[in-house]
Design a protein around this ligand. Structure first.
Ligand code: CTP
Length: 459
């Protein structure tokens, strides 16, 4: 009996898959189909499968061609499967020609002709087409545009900015038609809104509320860099309008979408380190330019908005949003522009304490430590874009390390989640509305100098 094995994602099963499975089956007597797990796909950069693993397995089963279906979960599994399952032939489509020659050491390798003109990516793009307009300036915006290219079904229509910041080498909307590839610059927000289904807001934080409000009122979905507003009441208003109009409103904190961070939160919540007693997060990036007399502070994010929102994420996700009290300690470079060099915020919760330290005008070790009654989680700097973390115990022999693939700092996963939310009409954000609002609340108090002690040389 000739045993054949083939692997694939088999998302939204199509005629190309069916042809491949028929040809694979014809190569022998017994066909094993390996369907990739969601995690494995994520680790190899396939980020926006439409169907779950179970749905994809169901699709393959319904073809009636597979004698056995297995799940492919890790790099290197193919060798293991071939050896342990007594495989004679390994086969895949010709788009992989040459890539699996190394398996010929273990069995025969056959590349079958690929069916032209169809793919899961194509079907996903055709099914959902979301046009996103970007509000704000280039640094974040450009990264976002590059990452969006990797998400099926997303088109970046262009930029608009209410500041005078140079937007990079993009064409103006009036210079070109919208079919061309590069995003263009729009002269007015109304024009950008008219051309978009959804808006990504990465303007200066004081404009987030107004930019998001205008977008929601125009019936557009919103992905906004945190803080989503400057006051809790403004944020509540945005949320209400989004809910009333079935629009998606999501916070754009990319760290929430990094796999290692997400798994860390789940692990901590599962009791792996016992009860959580303290969360301590530090985020700094010394931007010495802020000390220069030439810098325009009116278009520069301060430490609390640039870093505070990310540092607050694990605090609220692990301790909850109902803190009993907090104290803010800040050193300002320039109070007129609200530019803090370094800020520390201490929280007291019912079940524990937390603290964040953030700075653009000072440098520190950017790690995250979650202290528990049985052990602690340690994430080395820069924790906000990490691909691994450690769970440590008193008995060091029990320590464990967890590694996860991180692509695009989490941005592409965030965009995929935003687009899927729009598609399903259900908010799939990794950050709850309560968490977003709690972050806004801290920024509101910071701006009002509430519960604040200032230190250092403020002017
Ligand atoms: N396949 C094929 N012809 C197609 C599409 C896929 O023969 N038009 C084959 C692939 O070569 C592979 C198997 O089907 O052996 C599963 O491929 P998969 O990656 O799941 O399908 P794609 O449509 O290529 O998916 P994507 O667009 O997400 O890469």
């Amino acid at each position: 009996m000739t045993r054949v094995i083939t692997y694939g994602t088999y998302d939204v099963l199509h005629i190309g898959h069916l042809n491949l499975l028929k040809r694979a089956k014809a190569l022998g007597d017994y066909l094993i189909v390996g369907v990739t797990s969601d995690d494995y796909d994520l680790s190899r950069g396939k980020i926006n499968n439409t169907q779950s693993l179970m749905e994809r397995i169901k699709g393959v089963r319904e073809t009636g061609l597979a004698d056995e279906i297995i799940v492919e979960e890790y790099e290197g599994q193919k060798i293991d499967d071939i050896k342990r399952r007594g495989i004679d032939i390994f086969t895949v489509g010709s788009d992989w020609t040459g890539k699996f020659d190394y398996l010929s050491e273990y069995c025969k390798v056959v590349y079958l002709p690929r069916t032209e003109g169809i793919s899961s990516s194509q079907i996903r793009s055709d099914n959902k087409h979301v046009r996103i307009g970007v509000v704000g300036h280039s640094a974040y915006g450009s990264k976002f545009v590059n990452e969006a290219k990797l998400v099926n079904g997303v088109e970046i229509v262009g930029f608009w900015s209410n500041t005078q910041v140079i937007l990079g080498q993009h064409r103006r909307a009036t210079d070109a038609d919208h079919e061309q590839e590069d995003p263009v610059i729009y002269d007015t927000y109304d024009e950008l809104l008219a051309a978009s289904d959804a808006i990504y807001v990465t303007s200066m934080p004081e404009n987030h509320y107004k930019n998001s409000l205008d977008a929601l009122k125009a019936g557009k979905h919103v992905l906004c860099e945190s803080p989503g507003a400057y006051t809790r009441s403004e944020y509540q208003e945005l949320r209400r309008i989004a809910l009333e109009n079935n629009l998606i409103l999501m916070d754009g904190i990319k760290t929430a979408y990094s796999t290692a961070y997400e798994r860390l939160v789940l692990l901590a919540q599962s009791g792996k380190i016992g009860d959580i007693v303290s969360v301590d997060s530090v985020c700094t990036s010394l931007s010495s330019g802020i000390y220069s007399k030439d810098i325009d502070l009116s278009v520069t994010w301060n430490s609390m908005c640039a870093w505070g929102v990310t540092a607050l994420l694990p605090v609220f996700q692990l301790m909850g949003t109902d803190y009993i009290d907090k104290r803010i300690y800040s050193s300002f470079l320039n109070k007129e522009f609200n530019m803090d060099i370094f800020t520390k915020v201490d929280f007291i919760f019912d079940k524990g304490i937390a603290s964040i330290r953030v700075g653009k005008g000072a440098k520190s070790e950017g790690n995250l430590v979650v202290t528990g009654t049985k052990g602690y989680i340690y994430v080395a700097a820069p924790w906000w874009k990490t691909d691994y973390f450690e769970v440590r115990y008193e008995d060091q022999e029990k320590n464990e390390r967890f590694f996860y693939q991180l692509s695009g700092e989490g941005i592409r996963y965030m965009i995929a989640s935003f687009v899927k939310s729009i598609d399903l009409g259900r908010n799939l954000s990794y950050i709850t509305a309560d968490e977003s609002e709690a972050i806004v609340g801290v920024i509101e108090d910071f701006n009002a100098r509430r519960n604040m002690i200032e230190f250092g040389q403020s002017i």
